[in-house]
Write a protein that binds this ligand. Structure first.
Ligand SMILES: [Zn+2]
Length: 203
């Protein structure tokens, strides 16, 4: 049984620095027919479980700790009994949303997360957030970039805990090392490819 990528969308809000915005977040689920991992936990547990189906969830992997990506992570953990994984450098952002709960396992650059006969490699890509990560599925020819890289360029860096020079350095060193044909599954909006974004950023 081959691993595959399943997708959903969940609507809600993003708040930081005293402002709140309506947002739609992508939900990405990677696995086979029996087990999977969930990438990000936005807004609504039911939206996520609709993509998971009756599969065993092995982990809830957070690309970063902005509230629109982690809000229902503890509630989802209760529901599916799986560890929440987050890069520890995002602790200050996590604590803006969750003061009573922590995550369970630290993500680190180079970590391989096996699921459903495939594997996700953690790429630490600070800039949008200090603990932002991307997840590269070499077998599936795709990378999950959270809010680090979108169709049309790098993620936003105008708010607290972001760094515009660092995000571009991260994209160039970690993401542009991947093959051009790699499909980019983003945290919000449409897919793109590494090749298209490499052209856009002018390397
Ligand atoms: Zn974000």
């Amino acid at each position: 049984m081959a691993a595959r990528v399943d997708h959903g969308v969940s609507s809600g809000t993003f708040s930081l620095d005293g402002e709140t915005f309506e947002v739609e977040n992508n939900i990405w689920v990677v696995g086979d027919d029996t087990e999977c991992v969930v990438i990000d936990a936005p807004h609504d547990v039911a939206d996520i479980l609709a993509v998971v189906g009756d599969r065993k969830v092995k982990a809830i992997i957070c690309t970063h700790a902005h509230d629109d990506h982690v809000r229902v992570a503890p509630a989802l953990r209760e529901e599916v009994v799986a560890p929440i994984m987050l890069h520890p450098e995002d602790r200050p952002l996590w604590e803006l949303t969750h003061t009573r709960y922590l995550w369970d396992l630290d993500l680190e650059d180079g970590l391989e997360i096996p699921v459903g006969g495939t594997s996700l490699r953690v790429l630490h890509t600070p800039g949008h957030a200090p603990g932002a990560v991307c997840l590269y599925a070499a077998d599936l020819g795709c990378v999950f970039t959270g809010d680090t890289l979108f169709q049309g360029g790098p993620g936003a860096t105008g708010r607290s805990y972001s760094d515009p020079d660092l995000i571009v350095a991260s994209i160039r060193s970690a993401l542009f090392a991947l093959p051009d044909e790699t499909v980019v599954h983003t945290g919000h909006g449409a897919d793109t490819t590494i090749g298209a974004e490499r052209q856009g950023l002018g390397t």
